[in-house]
Design a protein around this ligand. Structure first.
Ligand code: G6P
Ligand code: MG
Length: 230
C-alpha cells in the first residue's frame, strides 16, 4: 500500500478520493460467499439459494447470518451463532486462498492507475472483515492509498461509517469523495455519507446512485472525476 493516510495533514485536502467497494466491484466473490453460506445452511437443513445470497450483498457477516437463519435466528444461543459465523468464514477463506490476480474484474487495474495518474486518491471501503486477504490475492495493494473495512468500521453498510472513516483517513472531505458500489445497502451508505455514488449492476439494485453502469469495465477516470465539482 502506498500509505495508510496517516501522513496526511489533519486539514482536508482538495484532492478527489475514489472509494471502491470490494466484493462485487473489484472482484466477484458472490459465488464464494454463496458456496460458503450454502454449506452452513445445508448442515442446518435450512433453505438457501443464489437469490437469497444476493440479498446479502453489502451486508456484514452477522447481519448476513441473521438472514440465513431467518426466523430461527432467535432460537440459537449467541455462542452458537459466533461459531456458525466462524465456520462459514473458514470455508470462505479457503476459497479466497485460491484466488489470483486474474480474479480482478476486467478494467479495474487500468481504472485505478488512470485515477492515480490524474492525482486522485484511491481506497477500498468494504463491510467485509476479509478485505486484506482478498486484496492480497488480487495483488492491488500498490494501487491503494487506504483500505478501510469491517474491522475498522463495525457498523455495516447501509451505515455510512466505513465511507466516512475512509474519507477521514485520506484527509478528504466527503463532498470530494466518489463511491463505486454494487449493493443497494452500499449505495444507501454512500448517500448517507453525502458522497457521490456510482452504482454497478442492474438498475433495480443500484438505481438510487447518481449514475449507474452495468459493469466496472464501463467506468473511466474522467466519468468518475466529473461527478465531483471542480
Ligand atoms: C461484503 C459482501 C457481503 C459480505 C460482507 C461481509 O459486503 O458483499 O456479501 O457478507 O462483505 O464479509 P466478510 O468477508 O466479513 O464475511
Ligand atoms: Mg459489494
Amino acid at each position: 500500500m502506498v500509505s495508510d493516510g496517516s501522513s496526511h495533514p489533519a486539514s482536508k485536502c482538495d484532492r478527489v478520493a475514489l472509494l471502491f467497494d470490494l466484493d462485487g466491484v473489484l472482484t466477484d466473490t458472490s459465488e464464494l460467499h454463496y458456496l460458503s453460506w450454502k454449506g452452513l445452511a445445508d448442515e442446518l437443513g435450512l433453505p438457501f439459494d443464489r437469490s437469497a445470497n444476493d440479498a446479502l450483498r453489502g451486508l456484514g457477516r452477522r447481519e448476513s447470518l441473521a438472514l440465513v437463519l431467518g426466523e430461527r435466528s432467535d432460537r440459537f444461543p449467541e455462542q452458537k451463532k459466533v461459531e456458525m459465523a466462524a465456520r462459514k468464514n473458514a470455508a470462505y477463506l479457503e476459497r479466497v486462498a485460491r484466488m489470483t490476480p486474474a480474479d480482478l474484474l476486467p478494467g479495474v487495474r487500468a481504472l485505478m492507475q488512470g485515477l492515480r495518474e490524474r492525482g486522485a486518491l484511491v481506497a477500498v471501503a468494504s463491510s467485509s472483515k476479509n478485505s486484506e486477504a482478498v486484496v492480497d490475492r488480487l495483488g492491488v495493494h500498490d494501487l491503494l492509498d487506504a483500505l478501510v473495512d469491517g474491522n475498522d468500521a463495525p457498523r455495516s453498510k447501509p451505515d455510512p461509517q466505513v465511507f466516512l472513516l475512509a474519507a477521514e483517513r485520506l484527509g478528504v472531505s466527503p463532498r470530494r469523495c466518489v463511491v463505486v458500489e454494487d449493493a443497494a445497502s452500499g449505495v444507501a451508505a454512500a448517500r448517507a455519507a453525502r458522497m457521490k455514488v456510482v452504482g454497478v449492476g442492474p438498475p433495480e439494485r443500484v438505481s438510487a446512485a447518481d449514475r449507474t453502469v452495468a459493469t466496472v469495465a464501463e467506468l473511466t477516470p474522467d466519468m468518475l472525476l466529473a461527478l465531483v465539482e471542480p
